[in-house]
Design a protein around this ligand. Structure first.
Ligand SMILES: [Zn+2]
Length: 424
């Protein structure tokens, strides 16, 4: 009975959205089938052909696209430390394997945040990499369908009735950045929507020299910070029954593509090793760290990006634990700005201090969420706001600088949707 009721509700919703009105232009095999990603447009969530490079200086390992037109011809700059990494004799690896669930099998309309497989026509643009098609059929299934099939995988970011605009290069759906809508969709529908992967900005577990961390204590009169080969020991002090916080431990960002000069953090995509473009400052970061301590205590993390600084205070238990921080979820920083001086020589977007107790902080990893942007050259092609009518979907690739998607070819009709990619 419950199943029938759900089925009826889904059908009603589908008709309201015009989902059943348009038959697909191409049919997928009815049963779920396994495919391989061929292009770069959904990275880092789904990779096309790529090689895994290892930096000889810091040891970090990461994938670089390896299609004919995206293959690096010379050394690649390490996103983590700026060293030049030879491409060597690496053999390309196949793209991510994904499971396609056809519309015949699951006729529910796609949700915001879901990955869908769309059928041609896809426009070509010789200046870009091309859509991240699912290019190869692996495993048992319908013979013949794989060869020559150039379907593309894209992420649904807006559906019928929604209004798209852009502000300062960032795409908005009903007034909110698309990245925020996708995070909300993943929280609302965890069974159907995966959150896009965050992109690595810096990983202190991989240093070019044992003591050459970008995290450094800021000078001050507070209790000093002891620097280890794999972390930092911070200590708050008790004075007349009150805690005096430790000194600040600050991250100093360097531009790996610009001679390692001090810079703000920008929207680099480490996998896009051959792409040349102007990088944009990021407006949101996350930080993961480990605390080892004999007793519980309190740590404060301060993010300074565009706008007002934001701070988060967290407690840790005795022992070892990992803590996650997000620049968007802290409290507006109301402390004395002189507590957190900005050195002239280096932008310091993140700083940490211990408010009570003492502990060792290590394994500092900074990431940034994907921000879905539109280039001015693409924005002028459309009349904004762009309202999606019945049966229309706005679809984007997660590899924002390279993907060809609704920013170029506009919203797509439901007849172009072959099926969806099963979430992992
Ligand atoms: Zn490196």
């Amino acid at each position: 009975m419950i199943v029938a009721a759900v089925g009826l509700a889904t059908t009603a919703a589908a008709i309201r959205l015009g989902w059943r009105l348009a038959k697909p232009t191409t049919a997928a095999p009815v049963m779920p089938t396994t495919w391989q990603i061929g292009g770069a447009s959904m990275a880092p969530t789904l990779l096309g052909h790529h090689v895994e490079l290892t930096c000889g200086a810091c040891g970090v390992r990461w994938p670089v696209h390896w299609q004919a037109n995206l293959r690096p011809r010379g050394p690649v700059t390490c996103w983590n430390c700026g060293a030049r990494v030879p491409i060597g004799q690496s053999l390309p690896q196949a793209g991510t394997a994904v499971t396609l669930v056809s519309r015949q099998l699951d006729p529910r309309p796609p949700l915001t945040g879901e990955l869908v497989v769309i059928a041609p026509p896809l426009p070509t643009d010789t200046n870009r990499s091309g859509p991240g098609e699912i290019s190869r059929f692996i495993g048992a299934g319908t013979p013949g369908l794989g060869a020559g099939t150039r379907w593309a995988v894209k992420r649904v970011v807006a559906t019928a009735g929604q209004q798209l605009t852009h502000h300062a290069g960032v795409l908005l759906a009903d007034g909110r950045p698309i990245a925020e809508r996708l995070a909300q969709a993943a929280a609302d529908h965890p069974d159907r929507v995966d959150r896009p992967l965050d992109i690595l900005v810096h990983d202190d577990r991989h240093r070019p020299g044992a003591m050459s961390s970008r995290w450094r204590p800021l000078a001050g009169s507070a209790p000093p910070i002891a620097v280890d080969a794999d972390g930092f020991r911070l200590r708050a002090q008790q004075q007349d029954g009150n805690w005096v916080p430790s000194a600040w431990l600050a991250y100093h960002h360097l531009a790996v593509h610009d001679g390692l000069r001090p810079d703000v953090i920008r929207d680099d995509f480490p996998s896009n090793a051959t792409e040349v473009r102007a990088l944009q400052p990021v407006d949101r970061l996350s930080l993961r760290l480990r605390v080892n301590a004999a007793a519980g205590g309190t740590v404060q993390v301060l993010f300074r990006l565009a706008g007002q600084p934001r701070a988060t205070i967290r407690t840790w238990p005795a022992g070892s634990c990992r803590l996650d921080f997000d620049s968007a979820s802290g409290e507006a920083w109301s402390g004395d700005v002189s507590d957190f001086p900005q050195p002239d020589s280096a932008p310091t977007p993140i700083a940490i201090r211990i408010l009570t107790g003492e502990g060792k902080i290590s394994e500092l990893v900074i990431r940034r969420p994907l921000q879905y942007r539109i280039e001015a050259a693409d924005a002028v092609k459309w009349t904004w706001p762009l309202r999606l009518s019945e049966g229309q979907f706005y679809v984007l690739g997660d590899n924002v600088p390279l993907s060809i998607d609704s920013r170029q070819f506009g919203p797509i009709g439901s007849e172009r949707i072959v099926g969806r990619i099963q979430p992992t």
